[in-house]
Design a binder for this molecule. Structure first.
Ligand code: AHR
Length: 356
């Protein structure tokens, strides 16, 4: 046998070579299978989500709602990116989604400006972009298909009207009221909208002084403009401590999210003051995450204006509608409510239905 092989080796070599090549190249003649994406994946809708980060308790709930909506069971392959509060990372994520040829891009933009170029790239690649939570400010609105989120201006107005009413009920409508505002991330829709809404109410109150917006030394104004709360507890505490140091007589703090409020409350305690319903400083907060609502219940926060994080399911519905070729609205507002000591016990279902 050995003699036979030695004699014929050069005759069989080409046949062996061809067989090996066929196996390696995945020929249909070969019995070995090339690793394929499971057949069911062919039908999955691929969604790339560019999330802001994980700066707040609210953001974690928002991320959860996205992950709950875009599951395999619901027919999706989710590619999730956490930009760690950097717009450059979000832009990078969108470019990566484009090169992966996802079916849809969902973007929660950290700030409103700076999106024209990358959204144009998505449009050129034929990938629809759906905005969630915050908005973008672009020259051409056709760069995104739709938006789902909160009415931030309305949230700010709710806070302002509540304060007006509260002062009246306390017979303090003619008192001077010194207010400080802890702002969120600069340029973010949540910051812009809540500031605008609150200021609309404040500007017609003759006796409301928004302290950091007054006319101080230029250097002081510049310092205040550079420091924003970034929606984090650490920054909220830092900024509140600085303001308490700066001003003897703060009557009200408007803190643009619960995480900053948690930090501000620590700073107030450390300064030897009290907060909330029976305290030295009236506290207005936004988000109404569970821990925030609990502080409304125990009186440390006077009012918590809800920002509803349960937005994933609405974006999922928009995608279903687009898949079915249905008309979609350009903007959908999620339902929201306000929590105060008077109503905190009342169960109210506000998570049903969005308005276009
Ligand atoms: O854009 C929504 C805001 O972003 C929430 O109020 C805040 O908690 C979050 O980080």
């Amino acid at each position: 046998m050995r003699q036979f092989i030695r004699k014929n080796i050069w005759a069989v070599a080409p046949v062996v070579f061809v067989l090996v090549a066929l196996v390696l190249l995945g020929s249909p003649l070969s019995s070995s299978k090339v690793q394929e994406t499971p057949a069911e994946d062919d039908n999955l809708i691929v969604v790339g989500v560019a999330q802001v980060g994980s700066e707040s308790v609210w953001r974690s709930a928002h991320t959860q709602s996205i992950q709950d909506a875009f599951t395999r069971e619901n027919g999706y392959m989710l590619i999730f990116d956490n930009a760690r509060q950097k717009q450059a990372n979000q832009i990078k994520a969108i470019r990566s989604f484009i090169s992966q040829q996802v079916d849809y891009i969902v973007l929660s933009p950290i700030e409103e400006s700076g999106w024209d170029t990358v959204l144009q790239e998505a449009k050129d690649a034929g990938i629809p972009v759906i905005l969630i939570d915050r908005k973008v400010s672009v020259d051409d609105d056709s760069l995104y298909a739709s938006w789902v989120g909160s009415d931030f201006v309305c949230e700010g107005q709710d806070a302002g009207y509540w304060l007006e009413d509260y002062m009246k009920k306390q017979g303090r409508e003619d008192d001077e009221v010194n207010i400080v505002v802890l702002k969120g991330t600069k340029g973010a829709s949540a910051t812009i909208g809540r500031t605008r809404g609150f200021n609309e109410v404040a500007k017609v109150q003759r006796n409301w002084n928004i302290l950091q917006q007054g006319l101080y030394f230029l250097i002081f104004v510049i310092i205040l403009q550079q420091v924003d709360g970034e929606f984090t507890t650490a920054k909220g505490k830092e900024e509140m401590a600085r303001l308490l140091d700066q001003y003897e007589d703060i009557d009200v703090v408007v803190s643009q999210n619960d995480d900053m409020t948690f930090g501000a409350l620590e700073a107030i305690r450390e300064a030897g003051k009290t907060a909330g319903v029976n305290g030295d400083i009236t506290v207005i907060s936004f988000d109404a995450v569970d821990a925030g609502v609990e502080l409304v219940r125990n009186g440390e926060i006077n009012i918590d204006v809800q920002c509803n994080p349960d937005q994933g399911k609405y974006v999922e519905q928009i995608i279903q509608d687009m898949e079915a070729g249905k008309e979609i609205e350009k903007a959908y507002y999620v339902p929201e409510r306000v929590y105060t000591q008077e109503n905190v016990g009342e169960e109210e279902n506000v998570t049903e239905g969005i308005s276009g």
